[in-house]
Design a protein around this ligand. Sequence first.
Ligand code: HEC
Ligand code: HEC
Ligand code: HEC
Length: 123
Amino acid sequence: MREGKKIIVFLLFLFITLLVYNQNIDAKDIDLSEEAQMCLGCHGKNNIKANFQNNESVAAYVDAEKFKASVHNFLTCSGCHDDFSIDKHPERRFRSKEQFKVVSSLVCQRCHKYEQIIANPPY
Ligand code: HEC
Ligand code: HEC
Ligand code: HEC
């Protein structure tokens, strides 16, 4: 992967982290959709991991309170993870953590212009 791409992926990561930590007190009262509650039945528990072909893994834990407080709290999980639903959970294994992040981050561009997310390329 080229250096420029790595920086872009890192920036997206930073955005997500900012979203998650940018807590908005009022938003905490938002009710989770039926689907989100179902997903969190597993992903709200701390002991679950997503595994990749190269033996890397990431914690597959999603904090419901942080999600409710994020700018995207009006979305349900499948608003971004569109290949998932109440009765569909693809069984797949990405090659690596890196590949997983790159593929996952593409979803942002369905709603945001590339230029909007990458407003200030650091190079
Ligand atoms: C019965 C428990 C369970 C439920 C319910 C569940 N998941 Fe998962 N999910 C898992 C497990 C276990 C993994 C890790 C699989 C692995 O890598 O071995 C996972 C992995 C994932 C991943 C990362 C891997 C990938 O393929 O992208 C995402 C994203 C995900 N789940 C989203 C969701 C969403 C969205 C929902 C609700 C629509 C949901 N899950 C419901 C158990 C569950
Ligand atoms: C605004 C878009 C968006 C929404 C809404 C969203 N996700 Fe994600 N999710 C992502 C992205 C992007 C990643 C990849 C993050 C990374 O680079 O690791 C991800 C990663 C994950 C993972 C893999 C573990 C991890 O932390 O990387 C799981 C599991 C997951 N999401 C579940 C959920 C569940 C459950 C919901 C609903 C409560 C949800 N997501 C809502 C965009 C979203
Ligand atoms: C389904 C459409 C949708 C997807 C997918 C989506 N967003 Fe958003 N996002 C929105 C909307 C709508 C807002 C404005 C919310 C508000 O102002 O309350 C927003 C707000 C934001 C904001 C706050 C700044 C602003 O302009 O208000 C950031 C940063 C952001 N999104 C980044 C991302 C990233 C990074 C991803 C991929 C993980 C992503 N978004 C995926 C619809 C989406």
